[in-house]
Design a protein around this ligand. Structure first.
Ligand code: PRP
Length: 208
């Protein structure tokens, strides 16, 4: 039995797609996709252990070394800034971080712009570069409701297909950054489990 490599996957569609890539390059653990409440799965023969965590927590598990590597959206890296190595872009989970709202709602200048978001650090960074005064309203999800109920002027949020904005008569007003899934590694693991991590990187890059 080789040393186990701990891999944190984000719960949900992105995690399932990521696991499919690991499976394809030979790190299978079929139990991972079983529909039960189990959270940790091991394949001792291959030396891998997968676990499902909340997408926003992946960086934390990797930073603290509970996971050696993990898959995480660039949005989470920008928002939480975990102290990890960002190894490469997996080219999945592509979307955009934008300022959105009703047309013209981003032009308010007489007072602080009220910005509803689940990404306060990304929003603060974006507006501080413009020296723009803002009032952040931190929400945990469904932020599109805030401008509809006139609680916020704009939102800073992720747009994938654009359907949510469209169905609520909102539009993307400013692009902030392109987002996609990244493979990250714990800094110590990257040194001590380098052979295995390198092998995974090269196989994922070539897709075999
Ligand atoms: C995300 C995001 C938008 C929506 C965008 O929400 O916050 O609401 O997806 O996708 P679309 O452009 O394809 O419509 P998610 O479904 O993750 O839930 P949340 O609102 O609770 O964050």
């Amino acid at each position: 039995m080789s040393e186990l490599l701990n891999i944190a996957l984000p719960k949900g569609r992105l995690g399932e797609k990521s696991y499919a890539q690991f499976d394809k390059i030979g790190y299978s653990c079929p139990e991972v996709l079983e529909n039960n409440r189990k959270l940790i799965f091991e394949n001792d023969d291959l030396g891998v252990r997968y676990f499902w965590v909340k997408p926003s927590d992946v960086g934390k598990y990797v930073e603290r070394g509970a996971a050696d590597i993990g898959v995480v959206g660039k949005d989470i890296l920008l928002e939480y800034r975990p102290d990890v190595y960002e190894l490469f872009d997996l080219g999945m989970g592509k979307c955009r971080m934008v300022v959105a709202g009703f047309a013209g709602s981003n032009k308010i200048t007489k007072r602080a712009l009220r910005v509803a978001t689940s990404f306060p650090n990304i929003a603060r960074d974006y507006y501080s570069k413009q020296s723009r005064e803002i009032d952040i309203i931190k929400l945990s999800g469904s932020v599109e409701i805030a401008p509809l109920l006139k609680m916020a002027d704009v939102i800073v949020d992720i747009v994938e297909t654009g359907t949510t904005l469209k169905e609520n008569n909102l539009e993307a007003l400013e692009d902030i950054v392109e987002i996609s899934a990244r493979l990250i590694a714990n800094k110590v693991s990257f040194k001590f489990k380098n052979k295995k991590i390198d092998e995974i990187i090269s196989k994922l890059k070539s897709g075999v």
